[in-house]
Write a protein that binds this ligand. Structure first.
Ligand code: PEP
Ligand code: MG
Length: 315
């Protein structure tokens, strides 16, 4: 029965009472875009641009980048494509953006911090993105990874707008940005929570360390509390706060996220039908109830078990 319901699921993400939660794809390059484009998706919620350049030894030129971004945007004409500027450093080093050895790369100059050290690299990327958006008619929106402070968000938004791009956003994956989101989001148009890094930094647990995976369980109530804080700050300005980390693709956790006020969910395209089905079986009030249940739990396991018990049994 569930298989039949899944197969029948189509169209935009809607709760049972008609609240729209766009369901978007996480992609890492041209091939992913070409595969995701024809699928029943509302666009792209995370294009990890650093993936395109992992093996490049020299910085890609404006022309090379414009060509790649045009190919990525083309299948999404008229739909949104949220692009993340280079998230280099830590687990994703780029040879052409290497500032030297660091003792703790995950806590070092990665993401936006690296863009601030190499601003021409950022500006070239933004120019290429603006040209590709113009050429394809995709609704391109650009966000920065690893933003920690309001000053960083303001700095980034200034560069995005100077390049002629209309929508600037930030990723919230550092607890400081979540806790201060009212201030961090004051100068941007949208935010997207990266639950992978947010869990890593909230739980002080290396996301690459398999033996510590219990601490990195996305159901950790502390991580859910930090997500709630991020949403609360977004609500002050009516700034949409989405999620593009792995949590968004878990149907039960997606309900909790919507209950916390998350505005859109971005995930591996294969996960969209199950999340769409879960949404269709619950109202916003039911999602809020599930979020309250998760937040009152004492452990990740208790949160998961209690939400599963309270959700629609058809899931
Ligand atoms: C995240 O941190 O949750 C995220 C979406 O980005 P990445 O996994 O690429 O760090
Ligand atoms: Mg991240």
């Amino acid at each position: 029965k569930r298989a039949a319901a899944l197969a029948a699921s189509s169209g935009p993400g809607l709760t049972s009472d008609g609240h729209h939660v766009p369901l978007l794809a996480n992609i890492g390059g041209v091939q992913d875009a070409e595969e995701a484009g024809p699928q029943d998706l509302e666009g792209v919620g995370l294009f990890r641009t650093e993936f395109v350049f992992l093996s490049a030894t020299t910085a890609p030129t404006l022309e090379e980048q414009t060509d790649i971004y045009t190919k990525v945007f083309a299948p999404f004409e008229g739909r949104r494509v949220v692009v993340r500027t280079l998230d280099a450093g830590a687990d994703k080093p780029l040879a052409f953006a290497d500032l030297g050895e660091e003792e703790n790369p995950a806590l070092g100059r990665r993401g936006l911090r690296l863009s601030q050290a190499l601003p021409e690299l950022l500006d070239t990327q933004l120019k290429a993105l603006a040209a590709a958006a113009e050429a394809t008619g995709a609704d391109a929106r650009v966000m920065a990874p690893m933003v920690s402070t309001a000053e960083e968000a303001e700095w980034f938004a200034g560069h995005v707008r100077a390049a002629g791009l209309k929508k600037a956003g930030v990723m919230i994956e550092v607890p400081a940005a979540a806790l201060r989101s009212e201030h961090v989001l004051a100068d941007v148009d949208f935010a997207s929570i990266g639950t992978n890094d947010l869990a890593q930094y909230t739980m002080a647990t290396d996301r690459m360390a398999g033996e510590l995976s219990d601490l990195l369980d996305p159901w950790q109530p502390a991580v859910i509390d930090v997500v709630a804080a991020a949403c609360k700050g977004g609500a002050v300005h009516d700034t949409p706060v989405g999620v593009c980390g792995e949590s968004a693709g878990d149907p039960l956790l997606a309900l909790v996220l919507v209950g916390l006020g998350v505005a859109s969910l971005s995930m591996a395209p294969s996960k969209v039908p199950a999340v769409r089905l879960a949404l269709s079986l619950h109202s916003v009030d039911q999602c809020k109830e599930l979020a309250a249940i998760a937040r009152s739990a004492r452990s990740a396991e208790d949160a998961h078990t209690a939400v599963r018990a309270a959700a629609n049994p058809a899931l």
